[in-house]
Design a protein around this ligand. Structure first.
Ligand code: FES
Length: 164
């Protein structure tokens, strides 16, 4: 986990969210969604707080739910959120070499999905609904069609040049 994972949480903000859902166990998913809206991911301390505040829950249960649903991110997202499609059409047209090229370029090793400086985060998604453009990469909301390792390296070099 990166240093940024120790996001300072604002317990009064969390209490406000919990209160709006009556501190109810059955509202856990909605509560976690709201927290993710605020922080853009689920900080560890926030999950612990929720687990201790809701009757019938524990921090372990909250972690379990948060890790089960793909919609929740346990790591902070980067300024640039890179999504590599690994649906069937993209996979057969070479999304894996593109994914590996991104990992190499951004030095994402040992399963890390966010760069140390917090600039880039990487994830794979199952289909972006643009199979005719496979393999597809989306960075924030911009679609990059028919990507190759070379093409994505050029895109990343341009972003890196702007940022560093
Ligand atoms: S499989 Fe990649 S866009 Fe559909």
């Amino acid at each position: 986990m990166s240093v940024e994972n120790h996001h300072k949480i604002n317990t009064s903000k969390l209490d406000e969210i919990l209160a709006s859902y009556d501190y109810k166990k059955s509202n856990l998913i909605a509560i976690l969604q709201k927290i993710q809206d605020v922080y853009k991911y689920l900080p560890e301390d926030a999950m612990i707080y929720v687990g201790t505040k809701i009757e019938g829950l524990s921090p372990a249960t909250v972690f379990g739910v948060a890790t089960f649903y793909a919609q929740f991110s346990l790591e902070p997202k980067g300024k640039y959120e890179i999504k590599v499609c690994d649906g069937t059409a993209c996979h057969v047209r070479g999304s894996m070499p593109v994914l590996n090229a991104i990992k190499n370029k951004l030095e994402l090793t040992n399963g890390a999905m966010t760069t140390e400086d917090g600039l880039f985060s990487l994830e794979t998604v199952s289909c972006l609904g643009a199979c005719g453009l496979a393999p597809v990469v989306v960075i924030n909301d911009k679609v990059y069609p028919q990507m190759t390792s070379d093409a994505i390296n050029i895109v990343l070099d341009t972003l890196l040049k702007e940022e560093r």
